[in-house]
Unconditional design. Structure first.
Length: 179
């Protein structure tokens, strides 16, 4: 008897949203993508809402896991992303794009980690643990980026971060999602 179990987990910066854009190497964010209502109580000029959707399927025969497949996608959420037109610039847009690129980097890291897993009866719990760990790492790196770049005001640090993230994305190019 063959049973297929499907588990789908969706982490969207702890928000449920309707619209999403998958990360693409051929598309850079535009201000028109930021469709949320600006938070006038915030000092921020813009906010990027991005996250990783993760789902997996386990195939089982005779109470043993016989196969698994996972799907990992970095998304941008237009309805939760916003900007204050009077305060933004191309430099700030590049800062926001790098937040989305950092999300894609972590999606690639998760794909790499998933590719290294072996089929076992514990693969489901291993997938869950990898997903949780990558989300924690993503949150830490996003915060580190904002702190180091002083939310885009430290242009030298922002350039260093951009170069570093681009290098890491290139190193993990074999784990880019094929469409």
């Amino acid at each position: 008897m063959n049973k297929i179990f499907f588990a789908f987990y969706c982490v969207i910066c702890l928000l449920i949203v309707e619209k999403e854009m998958a990360w693409s190497p051929d598309y850079k964010l535009q201000w028109s993508d930021f469709q949320g209502t600006p938070n006038n109580n915030s000092d921020a000029a813009a906010t990027t809402a991005s996250g990783i959707t993760f789902g997996y399927r386990l195939s089982e025969t005779d109470d043993n896991i016989t196969d698994f497949a996972a799907d990992v996608t970095a998304h941008f959420y237009p309805d939760k992303s916003w900007y204050k037109p009077e305060e933004v610039s191309n430099h700030i847009l590049e800062h926001e794009q790098l937040h989305f690129d950092i999300t894609e980097l972590h999606a690639r890291k998760l794909r790499q980690q998933v590719s290294e897993l072996s089929i076992s009866n514990s693969v489901g719990s291993k997938l869950d643990a990898l997903h949780l760990q990558i989300l924690q790492d993503l949150s830490t790196i996003q915060n580190n980026y904002d702190n180091a770049s002083d939310f885009s005001r430290n242009k030298e640090q922002q350039k260093l971060w951009k170069d570093n993230i681009t290098e890491q994305l290139n190193a993990l190019n074999s784990f880019a999602k094929s469409n």
